[in-house]
Design a protein around this ligand. Structure first.
Ligand code: ADP
Ligand code: MG
Length: 227
């Protein structure tokens, strides 16, 4: 689903860590609503740094970054919180809480917004059925396979119906078949209109699941595109 405005706009974007390391520089990029973007590049290229900036976890050192109509550089703490609520995030290590059930893990993004269990249950069931794990509602993450845990993380990321999902090497710990299944789910979410940005160096996955490729090399854009 393509729409007529960018959900993300970067201009002269630069990020320097306190150590002095310039992790990103001179980034110009627009990402249009409804795109599926692969963010590629060698280890240390700046992929995780870029994703972190997109949910306001880091602010640009200089340049402009607008995400979901929020200027990340100048945003108030409240605006940054809003941005996070409108963004689903998936990490390589799924970051599920082991002492909590799948239900509690998936419910988290709306729990923190004050939803009670009664209101949460149908919504959690719905996203778990999207990832094919409705029957694991009351299981604990440790009893699931790595691929299932990552599917729970996808369900959690999509719970609040965010327009944007960021996934940082979500298939990095998975075998190829399981990785493809995870990718299928992200693609299906994208078909429903969610913008998906996925950092990966599993470039062979791209042949089975085409998308727009944005490549970083040593903190600079190699092949950017306006989708
Ligand atoms: N918190 C930090 N402080 C200082 N340097 C960092 C920090 N995080 C990452 N870096 C450095 O920034 C560069 C980009 O890192 P990163 O965004 O994690 O790359 P990638 O995800 O592509 O592997 C690397 O040189 C890394 O060592
Ligand atoms: Mg990384």
């Amino acid at each position: 689903m393509r729409q007529d405005k960018p959900i993300i706009c970067m201009r002269h974007l630069m990020m320097r860590y306190q150590t002095g390391k310039v992790a990103l520089s001179g980034i110009h990029l627009e990402i249009w609503q409804g795109s599926f973007v692969y963010l590629t590049g060698e280890s240390g290229a700046g992929k995780s740094t870029l994703l972190k900036m997109l949910y306001g976890g880091l602010r640009p050192t200089s340049g402009q970054l607008e995400v979901q109509n929020i200027n990340v550089r100048d945003a108030s703490e409240r605006q940054i919180r809003e941005l996070r609520q409108r963004t689903g995030i998936i990490f390589q290590d799924n970051r599920l809480l082991n002492p909590r059930t799948v239900f509690e893990n998936v419910a988290m993004p709306l729990r923190v917004q004050g939803w009670n269990a009664q209101r949460l249950l149908p919504r959690v069931r719905k996203v778990l059925s999207f990832v094919g794990l409705e029957d694991r509602l009351w299981s604990y993450p440790e009893t699931l396979s790595g691929g299932e845990q990552q599917r729970v993380a996808i369900a959690r990321a999509m719970l609040a119906n965010p327009p944007l999902i960021l996934a940082d090497e979500p298939t990095g710990n998975l075998d190829d078949d399981t990785a493809r299944h995870v990718l299928d789910l992200l693609m299906a979410l994208n078909k429903l209109g969610t913008t998906v940005i996925m950092a990966t160096h599993d470039l062979h996955l791209l042949t089975s699941h085409p998308g727009l490729v944005v490549q970083l090399h040593q903190g600079a854009l190699v092949a950017g595109a306006t989708a």
